[in-house]
Design a protein around this ligand. Structure first.
Ligand code: SIN
Ligand code: MN
Length: 251
């Protein structure tokens, strides 16, 4: 279940690694078949936190792993947990998890950012990593993840808060820096199939486009934090659904 030295080196060099077919079909089917339950709930009494697009479609469901068995199981599968512990070189807890729905025709853009562009204000060091589990085909048309290979090596660059483009405040790379860092020839589209898993660094520059396709682009993203990187106190701490105060080591 551990990654090879080559896989680790590739991750460290590129800032991400796409592992094909990591999930079994039963793991994948379990996650997919629990989506209607999560999407159709009319309130958050199940402990999840839902964010909608301006058009009303579900954009994100946060914390599915706390209440739904298939999601609780997948965050601890050794296929994911072992490499994460190799990457972060420590035991880990869940910083948050999110289903990014990006529904057919309605799911909207994630502007260019580094995740640490958000998390730098949460009182943590950049020792976090994300795992995107691909639940539907991820294509150019439905807004697959786009990354700039190796861009994590710059460390965090200046971000600004965008509160107009979508329903959710996004911290985005400053416009003048976009011209400098996001060159057309350096954009990689991570085309992927259901069951593929993308591991990525908290400083990789990434984003994704509107879903212009008739197929959904559902993904589940787990953010792991090193257990020695719990948030220190900051002004205006963000809520538990995005900066978890549950520090149980994932086993
Ligand atoms: C996306 O769902 O395409 C964006 C994910 C992210 O920003 O982490
Ligand atoms: Mn992100």
């Amino acid at each position: 279940m551990d990654w090879s030295q080559d896989q680790l080196e590739q991750y460290n060099k590129d800032g991400y690694l796409l592992v094909k077919n990591l999930l079994s079909s039963s793991e994948l089917n379990a996650l997919k078949s629990d989506l209607p339950l999560l999407f159709d709930a009319t309130d958050d009494s199940d402990g999840a936190h839902r964010i909608r697009e301006k058009n009303g479609a579900i954009r994100q469901v946060m914390l599915a792993h706390r209440g739904v068995e298939s999601y609780a199981n997948i965050i601890r599968t050794p296929k994911i947990l072992n490499p994460i512990k190799q990457i972060l070189k420590n035991d880990v807890y869940i910083y948050h998890s999110k289903i990014n729905a990006k529904e057919s025709f309605e799911g909207t853009v994630w502007l260019w950012h580094q995740d640490y562009g958000y998390w730098q204000y949460d009182g943590v060091k950049p020792n976090l990593a994300s795992v995107m589990i691909v639940l539907d085909p991820a294509t150019i048309n439905n807004g697959c993840l786009m990354i700039v290979k190796g861009s994590h090596k710059r460390g965090v660059v200046n971000h600004y808060p965008d509160e107009v483009t979508t329903s959710y405040k996004q911290w985005c790379i400053e416009k003048k820096l976009l011209q400098k860092y996001i060159k057309e020839e350096n954009i990689t589209h991570l085309l992927a199939s259901p069951g593929d898993v993308i591991f990525f660094d908290c400083n990789i520059m990434h984003g994704s486009s509107h879903n212009m396709s008739p197929i959904n682009r559902h993904t589940f993203i787990i953010v792991y934090n090193s257990i020695d990187n719990k948030p220190v106190s900051v002004a205006n701490p963000r809520p538990d659904w995005v900066v978890s105060r549950q520090f149980d080591i994932v086993k």
